[in-house]
Design a protein around this ligand. Structure first.
Ligand code: ADP
Length: 234
């Protein structure tokens, strides 16, 4: 059985199909994902088994629906296979998370992102085809540790065990120096992807680009190289 809470008059069929997201499970993690996607102007279908959660998120989603995501028929009737991305954010109930992922992959949803509770959960959803598996607490813990141990690291994304992207704060040491002067790739094996200065973002900066103190450099590289650049280069 599926109940709908319509915020807008249109039906799913006429919703713009460019980028549609469905978020299943409106706890702390799923709730934040849902609100942020909606704030960014995307179409978001919010699903939870509990009515008070659905009521709460009616104002932070395009549509909010009470449904049990382990019920294949319920998902079918929501047209979930038409969604480009479905985020399974069911936390504690690992069984429901696994079953939901299985149903979504059987329905051929192209991108199923799953919040995993632990390594066993991770392994199972990986086996049944989850396209991306997220460990919010672990990932946030790593980020916080990076912030705590370096005043220069503003943000941090782990790409693999070896490679990362970091957002580094430029110090006085590199003030008024161009990328050629610094020769970062040759000296440190890292690549500057972008330079942020206030609201401006310079993507793929030219070699002549000059860095100013307090610029934010978005840098990709091997963790060891990034560490060396952070310690010695910036
Ligand atoms: P978090 O740790 O991110 O807060 P929770 O486990 O507290 O995650 O929240 C998960 C949400 O998923 C809850 O709101 C719960 O009602 C919802 N949920 C659990 N099982 C199902 C299900 N089968 N179908 C839809 N929603 C579900």
């Amino acid at each position: 059985m599926v109940f709908f809470i319509w915020r807008k008059k249109e039906k799913f069929a006429v919703v713009d199909k460019k980028k549609q997201f469905a978020v299943i499970g409106l706890g702390r993690f799923g709730g934040s994902v849902c609100k942020e996607l909606y704030r960014m102007g995307h179409q978001v279908l919010a699903i939870d088994i509990r009515d008070h959660k659905v009521n709460e998120f009616a104002q932070f989603s395009t549509h909010a629906v009470i449904a049990d995501s382990t019920d294949e028929k319920a998902l079918q009737s929501l047209g979930i296979r038409n969604f480009e991305y479905v985020i399974v954010a069911i936390g504690d109930n690992i069984q429901s998370s696994i079953l939901t992922t299985l149903v979504l992959k059987e329905m051929k949803v192209p991108n199923v992102w799953v919040k995993a509770q632990n390594i066993y959960h991770h392994k199972v959803v990986e086996k049944i085809g989850a396209d991306r598996i997220i460990h919010p607490e672990h990932d946030m813990g790593v980020r916080i540790a990076q912030h705590l141990t370096s005043e220069k690291i503003v943000d941090y994304i782990e790409l693999s065990n070896e490679y990362s992207i970091v957002e580094l704060l430029a110090t006085n040491k590199v003030h008024n120096k161009s990328l050629i002067d610094l020769n970062i790739r040759a000296n440190y094996g890292c690549t500057i992807l972008a330079i942020k200065r206030g609201e401006d973002v310079n993507v793929s900066p030219m070699p002549e680009e000059v860095i100013l103190e307090k610029d934010l450099l978005i840098v990709i590289g091997h963790k060891n190289d990034l560490k060396r650049f952070e310690d010695e280069g910036i």
